[in-house]
Each structure stands twice: as C-alpha cells, then as structure tokens.
Design a protein around this ligand. Structure first.
Ligand code: CU
Length: 418
C-alpha cells in the first residue's frame, strides 16, 4: 500500500513539474497539442516548427493563398507603425476569395505582420502560390499608395521570368482586387525569402517580405547536417517616418535621406523592459532555447536600405554551413556574422555538454542566458534609444530537471533577472 502511494506521489510530482514547465515555456506546451496527429502530419510539424503550412491537394500540389494588406504593428515603445505586407486567412493559407473591404480584411485575414509568416516548401514538390491584392484600408483617402500593384519575387530561386515577380517582365503585377498564381517546384533546399518587386524600395521597406524555407525532406536536417532545433532570425530596418509619408501622401520625401528608426529581429526590437510582450526575447520564434548537447540551426536573413548587421553571440562560435541557400564545400567558424540586405547565412551552434567540457571556472558557462546582438551598434539604437534594437538571447537549459521557477509578483520567470 505504502509502495503504491509512493508511486502515485511520484507520478503526481512528475505531472505537476511537467505542467509547471509547460506553463513557463510556451513552446513545450505547443508540442503537447499535436499528439493525436498522423505520423505524416507529425513529421511535417517537426520540420516546420508548427508554422502554418499550405494545403496539399489530391494532385500532391501545395496551395498557398497570400493576401496583401496594410495595418499597424506595435513596437516596444508603444508606437503603432503603419506597414503594408503579406498576410493569409485566419489560421491557414486557404483561399477565402477576393477580399476587397476593410471589414472583410478584419473578418477573414490575420493582421499584417512584418515579416509575414514563413512559407515552407519541399524539394521536388510543386507549389501554387496565389497572390491576392486586397488594396490599402488604413491609408489616407487621397494617398498615392492606394490602389498600387504588388508581386512576389522568390529571392534566390532560379526561376523563369514568368514567375519571377518583376513587374511586366513579362507578367503584369497584381492589381488591386486581382490575383495571380505563381507555380514553382523548388530544386534546391535552403534559406530564401519572398518580397514584393513593385516600387521595391518603398514596398519592401514598408514591410513586404517573408522567409521562404525549402526542406530536402521531412527530417531535421539542413544541407545534410542534423540539427535538434532551428530558428529563423529575419533582420530588417524600418522607418516609421517614411511609412507615415507613404500612408499620408504615397511619396517619401528626400528618399536619399531614408533612415531606419527601428532595427528589427523578426519584426521586433529588444528593450530594457525584459517582460515586454513585444520584445524580441519574449517571442518564441526569436528567443533561442536549447539544451546541452544539442545542435541548433539558425537561418539568418536580412533586408534593408543600407544597414549591414553584424550578428554576434556571446559565449559561442557559429559554424557557417551555407551561404545564400547553397551548402559550403567546407564550413568555417565565425563569432560575428556580417549580413547585408538580401543575404541568407545558415549556421549551426553546438551547445556543449557542460559537465564534461568544463575545464576552467570561466569556460563553458553551463545552463543560462547569453546575449546575441548586432555589433554594428547603430542596430542597437531605435528611435534614438539604447538598448533598443536587434538583440536576442540564447536561453540554454540543462537536461537535468530544474526546480519550479519562482514567480514573483505575478510576473513570469525571466532568467535574465536571476
Ligand atoms: Cu508591392
């Protein structure tokens, strides 16, 4: 009887601990929701991290419907910046028909994001990607930005001009309330991006870009290298002033003086309020969580006017395995990755086995937090404030179960403060 009670207590303890860990770390909670899926669906989620994926029709072709629209994104200083970009139906890339009014945009589509959600494709599997232009719904009535056309350029894919997204070379861009379908079959795995190619300076910098990830198969490998976890960090510049001018008049005055006032990782800035829900470090897609012994793949991408990001992790060297979606013949190690607009750099970070590799008191930190930030320090200043910009963290955890994290004053646990 006593033995049974001990067992029951142990089970309760494990369940309780598990629940506490899940509450603290959202990504683990996400994994538990998928237990009832088929093996095929589970394999797909494994390589897409649970991102929304397209529908695969009976003919085996992937279908995606992207919608262009405008809206506001909230920054960590509370500013709402008007942007325009791509979005999709609520919870899916399904076709919800032509969307023409503000009410339909709000009812049928996800709010606009910068960058918009990643598109995941597979080598040799055909995809039909339809772009619908819903028009602008939050711009001034007489702004020249109303009624503009858009396209998708699949940056880095070797495509024929008919699906290359450069307006009228030879296909006309997608006019307001019209649509166009790009049909592509990826040849190479790797990290790519999509962006608009109409009035590119204004349309891209206003927010029209997204990561495009092409997988070789359903395994956690990239370019033949195995990884345990993967993150995509899309670095970009944003000018709220230029966007406001587009919104009001459709013209950016003195375009040669265009200057970013926000430096972003996945559309967010870091800020010294560690609990800010819009901060980079509180975004599960941008906070790099890993456990000892694991290999982490980071797909770094950048887009902007002229800023070259110099991404520098403390505590780790990164192994560069691919540049611009092509495997390197031999890898090399870097602790500062310079990346300019349009480039993609794929790196592996090997998290050591702490106990066996600790040779001195100052080496191999063990579980804990280290920062990774733009070492071109302009990228750490947004709206004139520091530290506010392109910074995220490595949140490295021991495989040994940790005691329940303390929660102080109703605030979630933040290891940066411990
Ligand atoms: Cu456009």
């Amino acid at each position: 009887m006593l033995k049974k009670m001990r067992w029951a207590a142990a089970v309760l303890l494990i369940v309780g601990l598990n629940t506490a860990v899940q509450n603290v770390f959202g990504e683990e909670a996400k994994q538990t929701e998928v237990w009832s899926l088929s093996q095929e669906e589970q394999d797909l989620i494994n390589v897409t991290n649970g991102d929304v994926v397209g529908d695969r029709g009976k003919d085996g072709v992937w279908e995606f419907h992207l919608y262009t629209t405008d809206g506001y994104i909230e920054m960590t200083n509370g500013e709402l910046v008007w942007v325009f970009g791509y979005t999709h139906a609520k919870g899916s890339f399904k076709n919800v028909g032509e969307v023409t009014t503000k009410e339909q945009v709000e009812q049928l589509l996800e709010p606009v994001k910068v960058p918009s959600d990643p598109i995941h494709l597979f080598v040799g599997e055909k995809a039909r990607i339809t772009l619908h232009n819903t028009g602008m719904h939050c711009a001034a009535e007489h702004s020249g930005i109303n009624h503009v056309a858009h396209t998708i350029h699949f940056h880095g894919l070797d495509l024929t001009p008919s699906v290359d997204g450069v307006p009228s070379l030879p296909v006309d861009p997608v006019l307001e309330h019209k649509s166009f379908t790009y049909e592509i079959t990826p040849q190479y795995e790797g990290s790519f991006m999509g962006h608009c190619h109409v009035d590119s300076f204004n349309h891209i910098l206003a927010g029209m870009y997204f990561p495009l990830i092409i997988h070789q198969d359903r395994s956690k490998t990239a370019y033949g290298y195995k990884y345990d976890r993967d993150y995509t960090l899309f670095l970009s510049e944003l000018s709220s002033t230029a966007n406001e001018q587009l919104q009001e008049s459709g013209v950016v005055h003195a375009l040669q003086d265009w200057k970013a006032d926000y430096y972003l990782i996945n559309g967010r800035t870091f800020t010294d309020n560690l609990y800010h829900p819009r901060s980079v470090i509180n975004d599960p897609r941008s906070r790099i969580v890993a456990y000892e012994d694991e290999t982490v793949l980071i797909r770094i991408m950048a887009i902007g006017a002229d800023h070259v990001f110099a991404l520098h992790p403390h505590g780790y060297h990164m192994e560069v395995i691919a540049l611009d979606g092509r495997k390197l013949k031999s890898t090399y190690e870097k602790d500062t990755i310079c990346i300019a607009s349009g480039e993609r750099i794929d790196v592996l970070v090997k998290i050591p086995h702490f106990a066996s590799q600790r040779k001195c008191l100052s080496c191999n930190l063990g579980a804990g937090i280290t920062i990774m930030h733009d070492h071109n320090l302009r990228g750490m200043v947004s709206t004139g404030k520091y530290p506010m910009g392109a910074l995220t963290i490595f949140d490295v955890r021991s495989k040994v179960a940790q005691p329940e994290a303390p929660i102080k004053g109703g605030k979630p646990y933040n290891p940066l403060e411990h």
